[in-house]
Design a protein around this ligand. Structure first.
Ligand code: ADP
Ligand code: ZN
Ligand code: MG
Length: 634
């Protein structure tokens, strides 16, 4: 059970903002290209279809017409309702065409002698039927609409995968994924530091790609999808590239935002195209970076606009993942990365899709040391530059931050014309980088680190000290995600379906162990326990209102009705009297306070162990469960 500390919400990530802006720009330029294509199409239509239909006649005055008629220059006329059109001989002799169309305003009614004269001149003449109103309506409104509609339909058909169509020509439905040759990737696992666990899992994936038969022999199913999860800058993209570099297979790289377009169906078509390409190139890895752009939960908040498109794209992705059998001769494995796994649609995460999830966290001391080694490869360090001290100076930094600090240090050294980078340059660079980082609330000062260490040690000790606590598997003061400053992981020994009152009380005590430690040691409390408090309060409230565990209130249900299909509880407390509500609140408060006191007392009794465990955490940053038993002398 991870315990986490919450800080005030971090400011929006500038990287994320940039990404959104880029996406907007892409959308703009995309719809602009649609508009241009539309205009071009209309122009072509007018130029080559409409214009030839209309005879480009020269308009001549009626007098000239009469004169030409007298001179036998007129060949043919049609008498229309308001005007006369016809053909006259070309004034330039022997030129082609021999006759030219003309029109003139005038009617047989206004010139009663006209018919006579026409007959005298031997001109073939005819009258035109008045235009049918339906016909002109058709020409003026229906035809253009039909054409426009047809155009859009073709686009749409193409985009959603119908064969042929105009979209084909414009290629909007082509996936923008680029195939990268393994030799061009240029990174291997040697370039990734502090991610040994992730690398071990990825090695296995590479084995699947290289010798799928070996695994399929016994009937096992080769995994389809691998999801890399972790905070920004921890090397998820780097790991995916390194996997391609190591595996030596075709590698298709794309980003979730490539699939999000203005027009419904385009994203889905791109997904289809991408998988088609990958299957042809198999064995292959398809990597979708920042998959949250398409993989957002379809339930959840109501989104305005772009909803349909995202949904279609996501459905297509799911269908593609389900659709292909990982063939043993030519496997395709999908990798994806995200720093917001909580927004992903549960359908993506279920078994058979992204069934392997690899957590890439911020590096601990050893990890930071490795990363600094990697990023100082090309940098001239002073002989006394102690990389381990440098690693100690940078708790909470991500791989990207460390790369940045190392680079900044080299620049600072160059500025003072030194011939090697010293630790002083490095610490100056840290300050410089921290100025940018503090906004993201990732870096702690020494005092905060101590508080976090006491807090996590408190959780761990209480978990070990109460009779029903789940054993601690790992404690860390390396921030694992944005907002959390440390965590204590507990491994339940078995699945529990029933819990007794004592077990629930122990659980609350563990949740409050962090704050209790702060109180016992420092005599003061911090904002870091807000998440613990929320969860403890929630559990206590359920004990009172759902499990009937308060003697004062008895075995009566006070909570709202559970929603039948959606899970969750309908918060309707209107049936409760004012007094009952007060009583519930008081009981919740009693339960929580009792456990808080109990945790404090336990920690006072084991003050030595708390001190030892905290020291251990401050030096090592991450310790496993055995350390807790050890400090308690078990
Ligand atoms: P993410 O995709 O997780 O946000 P990236 O993979 O884009 O992070 O990392 C950005 C850069 O930071 C990388 O190109 C690399 O230089 C550096 N970096 C991040 N993590 C590591 C790591 N574990 N080892 C080495 N370098 C790293
Ligand atoms: Zn906590
Ligand atoms: Mg990335």
């Amino acid at each position: 059970m991870p315990e986490s500390k919450k800080l005030p919400p971090a400011k929006p990530d500038p990287e994320e903002e940039k990404k959104q802006r880029e996406q907007m720009q892409r959308r703009m330029s995309f719809s602009l290209s649609y508009l241009l294509v539309g205009i071009l199409f209309l122009w072509l239509f007018q130029e080559f279809v409409l214009t030839p239909m209309m005879i480009q006649a020269t308009e001549i005055p009626y007098s000239e017409f009469k004169q030409k008629l007298a001179n036998k220059q007129i060949v043919k006329v049609t008498l229309r309702e308001n005007d006369i059109i016809g053909e006259m001989k070309n004034p330039t002799p022997n030129a082609t065409p021999a006759t030219l169309p003309f029109e003139t305003v005038g009617t047989a009614k206004s010139d009663p002698k006209l018919i006579e004269q026409l007959e005298a001149a031997g001109v073939s003449y005819s009258f035109q039927r008045p235009p049918s109103p339906i016909g002109s309506f058709f020409m003026a409104y229906v035809l253009p609409l039909l054409l426009l509609g047809g155009f859009w339909y073709l686009m749409y058909r193409r985009a959603t995968g119908g064969a042929g169509g105009l979209g084909n020509i414009f290629g909007i439905s082509k996936s923008k994924a680029t195939e990268v040759k393994a030799s061009d990737v240029g990174v291997t696992f040697k370039d990734v530091g502090g991610a040994d666990e992730a690398i071990a899992e990825l090695q296995e994936i590479i084995q699947f790609l290289k010798s799928p038969e070996k695994f399929a022999k016994l009937g096992g199913r080769i995994p389809k999808g691998v999801l890399l999860v972790g905070p920004p800058g921890t090397g998820k993209t780097l790991l995916a590239k390194a996997t391609a570099g190591e595996a030596g297979t075709s590698f298709f790289e794309t980003s979730g935002s490539e699939f999000v377009e203005m027009f419904v169906g385009v994203g889905a078509a791109r997904v289809r195209d991408l998988f088609e390409q990958a299957r042809k190139a198999a064995p292959a890895i398809v990597f979708i970076d920042e998959i949250d752009a398409i993989g957002q939960s379809r339930a959840g908040a109501i989104r305005i606009g772009g909803n349909d498109e995202r949904e279609q794209t996501l459905n297509q992705l799911l269908a593609e993942i389900d659709g292909f059998k990982t063939s043993t001769s030519a496997p395709v494995i999908i990798m994806a990365a995200t720093n917001r796994p909580e927004v992903l649609d549960p359908a993506l995460l279920r078994a058979g899709r992204f069934d392997r999830q690899i957590v890439v966290g911020n590096p601990d001391l050893q990890g930071r040391l490795q990363i600094l080694k990697i990023h100082s490869r090309g940098i001239k360090l002073a002989p006394d530059f102690d990389l381990e001290r440098a690693a100690r100076m940078t708790p909470g930094f991500s791989g990207a931050d460390l790369a940045n600090v190392m680079n900044e240090a080299a620049l600072l050294a160059a500025r003072r014309n030194a011939d090697a980078v010293t630790l002083d340059d490095f610490s100056a660079a840290i300050e410089r980088v921290i100025a940018g980082l503090e906004k993201k609330s990732r870096v702690m000062n020494e005092g905060e680190r101590r508080t976090v260490a006491y807090h996590e040690a408190g959780h761990a000790l209480i978990a070990e000290l109460v009779p029903h606590g789940d054993p601690v598997s790992k404690i860390s003061i390396v921030p694992r995600s944005r907002g959390a400053l440390g965590y204590t992981m507990q491994m339940p020994t078995e699945d529990r379906y029933l819990m007794t009152l004592e077990e629930l009380q122990d659980r609350i005590a563990v949740m409050l162990g962090g704050r209790a430690a702060e109180k016992v040691v420092c005599g003061q409390i911090s904002t870091g326990a807000s998440d613990d408090i929320m969860r403890a309060t929630e559990l206590a409230r359920r004990m009172v209102t759902e499990f009937g565990m308060s003697e004062k209130l008895g075995s009566v249900r006070y909570a709202g009705q559970p929603l039948q299909y959606l899970g969750g509880t309908l918060e309707d407390s209107s049936h409760l009297s004012q007094e009952t509500r007060q009583l519930i609140d008081r009981e919740v408060q009693r339960i929580v306070t009792e456990q808080y006191e109990r945790a404090q007392n336990l920690l006072r009794e084991h003050r030595d162990a708390l001190e030892k465990l905290t020291q251990l955490l401050l030096t090592k940053e991450t310790v496993d469960g055995s350390a807790v038993k050890q400090v308690l002398g078990k």
